[in-house]
Design a protein around this ligand. Structure first.
Ligand SMILES: *[C@@H]1O[C@H](CO)[C@@H](O)[C@H](O)[C@H]1NC(C)=O
Ligand SMILES: *[C@@H]1O[C@H](CO)[C@@H](O)[C@H](O)[C@H]1NC(C)=O
Ligand SMILES: *[C@@H]1O[C@H](CO)[C@@H](O)[C@H](O)[C@H]1NC(C)=O
Ligand SMILES: *[C@@H]1O[C@H](CO)[C@@H](O)[C@H](O)[C@H]1NC(C)=O
Length: 487
């Protein structure tokens, strides 16, 4: 699936006074370096990580860029195709991978969270292999490309051994075989994967502290393809919509006392273990704490000393409650979010207990299957603004006078709504189209009531007072895996 390397049609203007060539956009192919002088900045579009993005840095140096993944302590050098890689940077082997950009050598992915960024940038066709269980993929077009219906030359290879799925020796051998046939490919590797492996390219987006920062890694993906300009716009627009929702929630709640703010029970059941309850000692303790804070709601937390813990051999303790403890804590909550897909099974097992919950009596229980059974671990990450609008709508802090009525997408009412679907992939036209995530519609309360000048639907984020928070912590990843396995 290697694309021919075309000599780019770069946009070039001549600065009249100096005669120096100036690029106005990052090249979308290889360049002829003799057409430029030595000082040319080949990357006029630059990714500048958000101030809450803790785990990635990028520096630009005319013909190359260096990305550092601070979670895995690995750096990667990308140089403009057509130029020479900088000798002083590459000769000592500091950088785990040295790659010409825009990258055309293919990408093997190992986690579903890596799918939306590539699709948003219109680079689905760069995905050449999926390493892992294909059953967890939601993307309709990627599912098509992994199926027997795909055209031979666009088919995405699956590296997965259903008879022995946890055997890393097998997976490593399969990956090595893939790389022997695709030596220019990179292997996107999650935070818990083997970032030291040959051609491994670490993505630690899920370890970031804030939702904004998790999505910000779109900029890392964009750097691979010289698409920083495209990514910057999407990142900025999404954050502006997200911030608009927080501003509205704050306006709606301005005269409500803290103790009267809406409370959410955020809890799911781990078969054979117990109830896992949301915990928000700080707003950035987890991604859902941030969403709650953003919507002016609070998460009911496990009281100190209640419950029991497991460490699973890590430094972190995972806490669980027994049925009785859970009943005492959660029965009066008006709204229950069950961040998994097993509520039906648990309800069948524990009807006597759960029927005592106000949220169950009032049919106010929501799971995370609104976008499809598994999209919560995939497309949701590209729509954190929509998740926020869902939650603000649920707790009543969205703009009551919004120009359109929001239909919840991610939180599905277990009692009254069907599991969502991801739609279909129209073959062949959708395959190469960029995926456009849904966008939260936000009409600013200040502007709609005439207090502030109206500036479209979302005003720019005020970064100095940004309210954001933690994302998929290891807990959420473990929770996702465990609940998926148990399901
Ligand atoms: C990366 O480096 C930091 C600082 O030296 C260290 O605390 C951290 O444990 C390292 N992480 C890994 C995955 O090696
Ligand atoms: C993994 O698979 C390899 C190759 O089939 C086999 O030799 C090995 O014993 C397996 N490892 C485990 C832990 O089952
Ligand atoms: C919504 O519109 C009503 C009627 O115009 C108005 O009284 C109310 O203040 C508005 N609410 C908000 C939050 O803007
Ligand atoms: C941004 O926040 C700061 C600190 O709260 C405030 O002083 C400033 O006026 C805000 N700016 C805008 C444009 O809202």
């Amino acid at each position: 699936m290697k694309l021919p390397i075309a000599v780019a049609s770069v946009f070039l203007t001549l600065a009249a006074s100096s005669g120096a060539s100036v690029l106005t956009a990052n090249p979308q192919g290889c360049i002829d370096p003799t057409a430029y002088d030595a000082d040319t900045d080949f990357f006029p579009d630059k990714f500048v990580p958000d101030e809450t993005t803790d785990l990635i840095t990028i520096t630009y140096h005319n013909t190359y860029k260096i990305i550092t993944n601070k979670f895995s302590n690995k750096s990667y050098l990308l140089y403009q195709c057509g130029t020479e890689p900088p000798e002083n940077e590459v000769k000592y082997g500091w950088h785990h991978v040295v790659l010409p950009v825009p990258h055309t050598g293919g990408v093997a992915i190992t986690e579903t969270v890596q799918i939306p960024p590539l699709e948003i940038l219109g680079k689905r066709s760069e995905i050449t292999a999926y390493i892992g269980n294909p059953q967890y993929v939601s993307s309709p077009c990627l599912n098509h490309l992994m199926s027997d219906d795909a055209e031979e030359e666009e088919m995405v290879e699956i590296i997965y051994y259903p008879d022995d799925p946890w055997n890393t020796t097998l997976t490593d051998e399969g990956t090595a075989d893939f790389l022997s046939r695709n030596p220019e490919a990179i292997v996107l590797t999650g935070p818990l994967g083997n970032v030291d492996a040959d051609r491994a390219w670490g993505d630690a987006s899920t370890q970031e502290r804030t939702n904004v920062a998790t999505f910000d890694w779109l900029g890392m993906y964009a750097a691979l393809f010289n698409l920083e300009g495209t990514a910057n716009k999407i990142i900025t627009d999404t954050e502006a919509r997200y911030q608009c929702l927080a501003d509205n929630a704050a306006a709606v709640e301005s005269d409500i006392q803290d103790e009267d703010k809406p409370k959410i029970l955020w809890a799911d059941y781990f078969d054979g273990i117990g109830w896992s309850i949301g915990e928000c000692p700080t707003w950035d303790a987890s991604y859902y704490c941030e969403f709650a804070q953003h919507c002016g709601a609070s998460i009911i937390s496990r009281p100190e000393g209640v419950g029991f813990s497991e460490s699973y051999g890590t430094d972190t303790l995972y806490w669980y409650l027994t049925d009785d403890e859970f009943l005492a804590l959660g029965k009066d909550a008006a709204t229950w979010i069950y961040p998994s897909k097993t509520f039906g099974d648990v309800y069948d097992q524990k009807k006597d207990i759960l029927d005592q919950f106000k949220s169950v009596q009032n049919k106010n229980v929501y799971d995370t299957q609104g976008g499809g059974p598994l999209a919560w671990y995939e497309q949701r990450l590209a729509e954190y603004d929509v998740v926020a609008l869902d939650l603000c709508t649920l707790v009543g802090t969205a703009n009551p006078n919004s120009s359109s009525i929001h239909v919840r997408k991610w939180f599905r009412n277990y009692f009254t709504e069907p599991v969502g679907t991801q739609g279909t992939c129209n073959v062949p036209e959708d395959i190469t189209l960029a995926y456009v995530p849904e966008q939260a519609e936000c009409t600013s309360i200040q502007s709609s009531s005439g207090g502030f000048p109206s500036e479209g639907s979302a005003t720019a984020a005020n970064s100095s007072q940004r309210t954001s928070a933690a994302f998929v912590s290891v807990l959420a990843i473990v929770a996702g895996i465990v609940s998926t396995v148990l399901a």
